[in-house]
Design a protein around this ligand. Sequence first.
Ligand code: ADP
Ligand code: F6P
Length: 319
Amino acid sequence: MKKIGVLTSGGDAPGMNAAIRAVVRKGIYHGLEVYGISNGFQGLMEGKMKRMELGSVGDIIHRGGTMLFSARSENFKTDEGQELAIEQLKKVGIEGLVVLGGDGSFQGAAKLTAKGIPCVGIPCTIDNDISGTDFTVGFDTALNTIIEATDKIRDTATSHERTYVIEVMGRDAGDLALWSGLANGAESVIIPERNEPFEKIIERLQRGHARGKKHSIIILAEGVGSGIELGKRIEETSKLETRVTVLGHIQRGGQPTGFDRVLASRLGAKAVDMLLDGESGIMVGIQNNQLTHHNIESVLNTPHNLDMNLYELVGELSI
Ligand code: ADP
Ligand code: F6P
């Protein structure tokens, strides 16, 4: 293998840049030509690629977002779209591809692999919703963004003795809600993986209020439903003054944490090693602090598991 490509696809995640840097530098270290493909699979179909040098990835390790831009492409889901992408790769002589993204992007990578282009995926999404890895690149940064925002909300919640519902991202997964709930000492965490009866949330709130708590924080995963609606219901039922904050896309940006930079660097370098070892159709990941790799199809077919011990712990610590 002499030429490889790298692209970022789907929702961006802090740490993608650090991973791109690692792919480019590790590729060049091995004597490869590395091509950066802009705008994900859409850009690939349009032939938007250029050769990367060592300096092309200078000064990006600390930046959020992705220097290669990201996109969602319906066209690429079709056979014609995939054939077009393969034609573009063949024109330049690219023999292997590193795909940074979430499960949607890995479906694309699996399709290209089946059509003869070896692909290796790097899990990059704030949602942490991918099996075969304990952590995805971007999760830790988003978690810390939520923690910081919630600390600020707690200040004003205390001053005004209010209840706050904070809606966080995660798509269908509750990881961001659960981890931030634990880190922020939330009274309740509401996640899609556990059906907490509404009455229990109210009961917990009123118990806290009765023993003199100045405020309450409820973290809601977006996959469960609307924070605004929940806030209204809570205020009507509990008669406690309630406000809602939907954190939104601030969770997707910002400087990646040290953890995400290290993870991204390790996974980026590993992805290149895997391509050179002749692996294809795999995702690299981290489990028990060891780098691992799994078949992409099996990653896609295995549900991601949330550590429910953490959920029990939130309940135990917020009595
Ligand atoms: P993420 O990778 O963050 O989960 P998406 O689900 O939006 O993001 O997927 C990103 C892109 O991956 C899509 O816009 C599409 O181009 C490609 N993709 C998703 N699903 C498929 C599929 N079944 N076949 C081919 N490509 C796909
Ligand atoms: O997958 C990452 C994510 O930020 C989810 O947490 C969220 O549901 C979704 O993407 C938002 O997507 P968009 O950027 O298209 O609004």
